[in-house]
Design a protein around this ligand. Structure first.
Ligand code: MEV
Length: 316
């Protein structure tokens, strides 16, 4: 079998993270410039069925059996092998590299799973269609996050902007104008499981205090679908700002993210908020081509260790 290589992109949640876990809609776009790559190649001279896995960003360089079957990569492979009805695992080497930081709100766990499933299924001669891939990636996400909404694996599998609500048909959005986002790292790493568990506990302890913020986020997302599609930057920027205030009230921001959000707004961003699990990770700023450089510069000067832009083109 020849070596096979496959990739998967990152993602940005524009509006609605966390509320989407409680069955509200959310809007997400792919970050196609940052990718996870998985290469699967034959392994010569090893016991039949041996799978070597090397994923430097995760500190992994083991036989698959040493990884433990609960590890999300082992889980993704196990799901694939049983879906394909494989009786004997292939003898191969898997190498995974990534431009996406882990636990940083950009969808790394779903991207690892999608890239790996794509490469391994092609290596086995059974390439998955997008729906099959999305289903397996979602199951793999369940082993990472507990109760994921499914938005990360969906936007990463399809690589298109989506209006996503658990249990509903995926709606692909086609904005009619270009969007530019500046994205900045807070430098803090937090697992999504940690932030979703905290919110679940808060909601249980004090629903009257927290539920209204989730409801308000759901309303913002519904109102913003049209603003996104018609490219109403001012309306979208205001919704992004309002979403950030609700996420803060839900205790999902942190001083470092709050600082970067203020800096971006002061430098001319139309809207700025955390993106993804929160309590660390990245923030996004909606900018124009005219304000992009000033916002990026301000975020760098404010101490963000990594600032970059992503663009969404009409009809993408
Ligand atoms: C994580 O990227 C987004 C969350 O809403 C979790 C999820 O949707 O599964 C925080």
């Amino acid at each position: 079998m020849p070596a096979v290589s496959a990739t998967a992109c990152g993602k940005l949640i524009l509006l609605g993270e966390h509320a989407v876990v409680y069955d509200s809609p959310a809007i997400a776009i792919p970050i196609t410039s940052l990718r996870v790559r998985a290469v699967v190649e034959p392994l010569i001279g090893e016991v039949q069925g041996t799978i070597r896995v090397k994923a430097e960003p995760l500190g992994i360089d083991h036989n698959l059996t040493e990884l433990g079957k609960d590890h999300f990569l082992a889980n993704a492979l196990g799901l694939l092998f049983s879906t394909l009805g494989l009786l004997q695992t292939p003898t191969c080497r898997i190498t995974i590299t990534s431009e996406l930081p882990i636990a940083a709100g950009l969808g790394s766990s779903a991207a690892y799973a999608v890239a790996l499933l794509r490469a391994m299924s092609a290596f086995l001669g059974h390439s998955l269609n997008l729906q099959e891939l999305n289903t397996l990636a979602f199951q793999s996400e369940q082993s990472v996050h507990g109760r994921p909404s499914g938005i990360d694996n969906t936007v990463i599998t399809y690589e298109k902007p989506i209006f996503y609500q658990r249990g509903a048909m995926i709606e692909f959005l086609q904005p009619i104008r270009e969007f530019v986002f500046v994205i900045a790292d807070s430098g803090i790493r937090k697992s999504t499981r940690e932030s979703t568990s905290q919110l679940a506990a808060d909601l249980k302890a004090d629903p009257q205090r927290y539920q209204p913020h989730l409801d308000a986020i759901a309303d913002l997302v519904k109102q913003s679908k049209r603003s996104f599609q018609i490219g109403d930057l001012d309306a979208l920027g205001s919704a992004i700002n309002a979403n950030q205030e609700h996420l803060s009230a839900l205790r999902l921001s942190c001083p470092e993210l709050d600082g970067l959000v203020s800096v971006a707004r002061e430098a001319g961003a139309l809207g700025a908020k955390l993106t993804g699990g929160g309590k660390g990770g990245h923030m996004l700023a909606l900018v124009t081509p005219e304000t992009e450089a000033a916002v990026a510069q301000a975020l760098q000067s404010a101490g963000s260790p990594r600032v970059f832009s992503t663009r969404l083109y009409p009809g993408e």
